[in-house]
Each structure stands twice: as structure tokens, then as C-alpha cells.
Write a protein that binds this ligand. Structure first.
Ligand code: AMP
Length: 480
């Protein structure tokens, strides 16, 4: 995908000629939403203003909560049409420090507004440079674990930077490396990359990081989970020491502390949700069920909310594909995304889901990371994740943009260990909403206090002899 728009005229002509008005005064501003419609994450409409691409606008004379925090008015003016009127907590806590040049360690999940938290100060800084990037270089580098998250960041940056001369370019696996190499010949303001593809491009001599003064590591814990630690260590060595670095992570495992230490210098620390804790508006539950009955149970849950968007998380690519075919056979509008799907297939699946054409998305952890679709009302943990922190990421795909959401975990007898690890990481028990509590789980729950919801007979009543504990070691995290 060529995800950039042509560079505007930089001939140095006066910014305003004829009738051009500052953006804030323009009558026909690109709209993200009609009337009172909800904000959408599809910001591509900004690209539908061809004649405006070539106009460098003057700095609008506006006073907003963002300009007061030091964000350039040329960027701040783009925010209200996107439904961004006032800073979110992570933005409020981090933007002033970032604008002042501090490194940042941000503990925040997707959905908190962290893209704007790092994107707005980054664009402000880039706008003040005012020179073209040198060939093969990028002034700012944003590293993200997955193609989907990279795409989402790219769309956000395009929207925040609309009407300015700043351009981003996204380099991810699954797209032509030759096209990416050719594009990098010119250099770019903001490079958004997955670590693996970035290393490939560096090895080809297509990317030079010596001029990169602004670095963002987004969802860094997920980058570690999928084995990017070596790539990150190599990238760290190629960057100038004199740079500003922002690291965002939803959790803070040990390895992350090491990474943070090597990348950050005297960082400002900001947390919006304590690490490993789920957002308050998610109504969580665990349903005990045998592995063999999971598909039927899922169909029952899905059948009750046919018109609402649901994401179903499976553990393996093969398992997700099989489940998605089965649900399709049973009449659900379903798509799947996992590492065996091509970039095009993943993007089509996501856009169909975002548009509500498919209601159910069956996904592996890695492929679903970073999905930001406010309409997602239900999360089903069809298989429990074997990395407990991924539970928090998964359920964080719902209850976004101030909405409510529901997350049901299907726990088979062999998954009690995973459930326990999740509850330990979250420091709270997930209420039982159905099924028979297996003996092992009930013992754990007794020790930790009552588990089920009041009035839930299943939760407090029936117990079963323990199923045999799985003898296999937990599989390592799947690499997509
Ligand atoms: P993020 O956490 O960056 O993935 O952002 C999640 C969603 O929140 C995106 O759709 C943003 O456009 C939106 N958003 C970001 N900041 C704000 C804000 N201050 N007010 C309202 N919406 C926001």
C-alpha cells in the first residue's frame, strides 16, 4: 500500500495568496462525521482534498486545550473534527513533558489516546524543523508490533497532520520491500515500522537511522512477546544518542524494564491504567466449559447479540480458521485474521468488520493487537491466552471510546492454570457466569474469597472432580 500523499510545494512562496484562509476559518473543512455521529477511526477522508495538498497553511490563530499544552496550532486545528476536544488523561499527563523534550515511559493501552499523546508533540517538533529529510533518513521513527497497529498509527498521523507538509510512510512485512526501498530514497518525516521489516530495510542499505531524533516504541510489551527483542537491541545501537524516546506499554514485565533502561534517559513516568489491570467499564465473566462444547457455547452467546460486533480470540492460526469456517456454516457473518492471512486479506477482513458487514472476527493475539473499533461490544476468549497479560490486551478491544463492553472467557478444565495466572496478573477474580466450576478452580476461589456473582447457582454450587492437569508445557507465544 502506498500510504503517503504527494509532498506539497516547498518552493517558498508566500503561504497565503488569493482567498486561502487559515484552516480554522475555512468553510468546507474535511469532516469525519456528520452531525452528531460518533467519531470514527477511518481518517482517510482527509486525503480527499487534492487541491489542498499543495497549500501550506498559515498558523491558525486558535486557543485550545492542546495549544495551551504547547501543541502547534496547525495540528491542534485538526482535532475537533475528529471528536478530540479535550485531552484524555494520558495526553494531559504526558504531552507537556514530551513537548519539553523529556523521554517518557507510558503505561497505557490502546484506546486511551496514546497515539495522539506521542503523535501531537512529535508533529509539533517536526513542524518546527522546516527542512526536507535527507535521502534514506527519517526524522521520527515509530515502532509497532504488528502491521495492523502500524496502519492504525499511520491513519492517525495522517489525520493529525492534515494540511501540513509532514508525511509519514509505513513499512511493514507483507508489502513489497522494493517499493519501500524506492520510497525511502527520498527520506521521510515519520517512518512507521514493524521491527522485522525495518531491520530488513536497514540491511539492504535502504534506511539510515542516523538522523532520527524522535523515537516511539508503541505496545513495547507486545514487541517483546513476539520475539522482537533482538531487533530492538540492534535498532537501539543505530540511533543517535541525542534523541527523544517515548516508550508505551500496557504491562511492565521484567524484560521491559531492561528495555526501558537501555532506551530511555531519565524518563517521565506516566500510567493511566495500573499495569495489568483491565479498564473498569468491561463487564467480565468466565464460563467453565469442556473444550469440545466451546463452539456450541460460543454460537449461543453470539446468537444472542447477532447485530453487535464481537471478537473471538483463539490460540492458533489453524484453530481460528477452523472455528471461523464452522461459524460461517452456522450462519454467522464471520471473518478471521491471523498470521497465515496475507496483508490484503487482513485489511479486507478488518475493513469489513469495521463497516459492520461482518459481525464476528476470529483472531489470534498477534493479529488482533491494536484493533481500535469503538463498536466492538463483545470479546470471547475462546482459548485462554498463555501469556496472562494478553488477556488484558484482548478484552481492551471492547469498552472503547467511553462505551461499555463485555468479555467472556471460556475456560476448559485444562485451562485452569491459565485462568489462575490471569487472575493473579489482574489481582482480581473474574466472576463466574456459567458452567460448572471445576474442583481445582473452586478451591482456588475459596482461598481467594467468593468468586461467582451473587445468585449464580452454578458458580457457587456444583463442583466436579479435577480434570487431569495438562502435562504439556505451555506453548510459547505464537509468532505471526
Ligand atoms: P489510541 O489509544 O491512540 O488508539 O486512541 C483511541 C481512540 O481515541 C482513537 O480513535 C482516537 O482518535 C481517540 N482519541 C484520542 N484522543 C482523544 C481525546 N482526547 N478525546 C476523544 N477521543 C480521543
Amino acid at each position: 500500500m502506498t500510504n503517503e500523499t504527494p509532498r506539497p510545494n516547498r518552493s517558498g512562496k508566500p503561504r497565503f495568496q488569493g482567498d486561502h484562509k487559515p484552516r480554522g476559518e475555512q468553510g468546507a473543512k474535511p469532516q469525519f462525521r456528520g452531525g452528531n455521529a460518533k467519531p470514527t477511526t477511518n481518517h482517510r477522508r482527509h486525503r480527499e482534498e487534492p487541491e489542498e495538498k499543495f497549500i501550506r497553511r498559515a498558523i491558525p490563530d486558535i486557543d485550545t486545550p492542546f495549544t495551551r499544552m504547547g501543541i502547534d496550532a496547525r495540528v491542534a486545528v485538526n482535532l475537533p473534527p475528529m471528536g478530540i476536544e479535550a485531552p484524555s488523561p494520558i495526553q494531559e499527563k504526558s504531552i507537556p513533558g514530551i513537548v519539553a523534550g523529556r523521554d517518557l515511559l507510558g503505561l497505557a493501552q490502546t484506546g486511551t489516546g496514546k497515539t495522539a499523546a506521542f503523535g501531537l508533540p512529535m508533529l509539533t517538533r517536526l513542524l518546527n524543523i522546516g527542512r526536507k529529510p535527507e535521502p534514506k533518513t527519517c526524522r521520527a521513527l515509530i515502532l509497532a508490533p504488528t502491521r495492523e497497529l502500524a496502519t492504525q498509527i499511520a491513519e492517525n498521523i495522517d489525520a493529525y497532520a492534515a494540511g501540513t507538509a509532514i508525511r509519514q510512510f509505513r513499512v511493514v512485512g507483507g508489502a513489497s520491500i522494493n517499493v519501500q526501498t524506492m520510497r525511502m530514497e527520498r527520506g521521510v518525516d515519520v517512518l512507521i515500522a514493524t521491527p522485522g521489516r525495518l531491520i530488513d530495510l536497514i540491511e539492504r542499505g535502504a534506511v539510515d537511522l542516523s538522523q532520527t531524533k524522535y523515537l516511539v516504541l508503541d505496545e513495547a510489551d507486545q514487541m517483546l512477546d513476539i520475539g522482537f527483542i533482538h531487533a530492538l537491541r540492534r535498532i537501539a545501537k543505530m540511533l543517535p544518542r541525542d534523541r527523544q524516546t517515548l516508550l508505551f506499554s500496557a504491562t511492565m514485565p521484567k524484560l521491559m524494564e531492561e528495555l526501558a533502561e537501555s532506551y530511555l534517559s531519565d524518563p517521565l513516568k506516566v500510567a493511566v491504567n495500573p499495569p495489568g489491570q483491565a479498564a473498569a467499564k468491561i463487564d467480565q465473566g468466565v464460563h467453565f466449559v469442556t473444550q469440545g462444547d466451546k463452539a456450541t457455547l460460543l454460537a449461543e452467546y453470539l446468537g444472542k447479540h447477532r447485530d453487535e460486533l464481537a471478537i473471538v480470540f483463539g490460540r492458533t492460526k489453524h484453530g481460528c480458521e477452523k472455528l471461523s469456517k464452522l461459524l460461517e456454516k452456522w450462519g454467522f457473518k464471520v471473518a478471521s485474521i491471523h498470521g497465515n492471512k496475507s496483508q490484503g486479506q487482513r485489511e479486507r477482513a478488518l475493513s469489513g468488520f469495521r463497516a459492520g458487514e461482518t459481525k464476528v472476527l476470529v483472531a489470534t493475539d498477534v493479529a488482533a493487537r491494536g484493533i481500535d473499533i469503538p463498536e466492538v461490544a463483545h470479546i470471547y476468549n475462546y482459548d485462554l491466552p498463555n501469556v496472562p497479560e494478553n488477556y488484558v490486551h484482548r478484552i481492551g478491544r471492547t469498552a472503547r471510546a467511553g462505551r461499555d463492553g463485555r468479555a467472556i472467557a471460556f475456560c476448559a478444565p485444562a485451562e485452569i492454570g491459565e485462568l489462575r495466572a490471569i487472575e493473579k496478573a489482574m489481582k482480581s477474580q473474574i466472576p463466574v457466569v456459567g458452567g460448572e466450576v471445576p474442583f481445582e478452580a473452586s478451591k482456588i476461589r475459596e482461598r481467594g474469597g467468593p468468586a461467582g456473582r451473587p445468585g449464580n447457582n452454578n458458580a457457587q454450587g456444583a463442583r466436579k472432580r479435577p480434570a487431569r492437569r495438562p502435562s504439556r508445557a505451555p506453548k510459547s507465544v505464537q509468532r505471526d
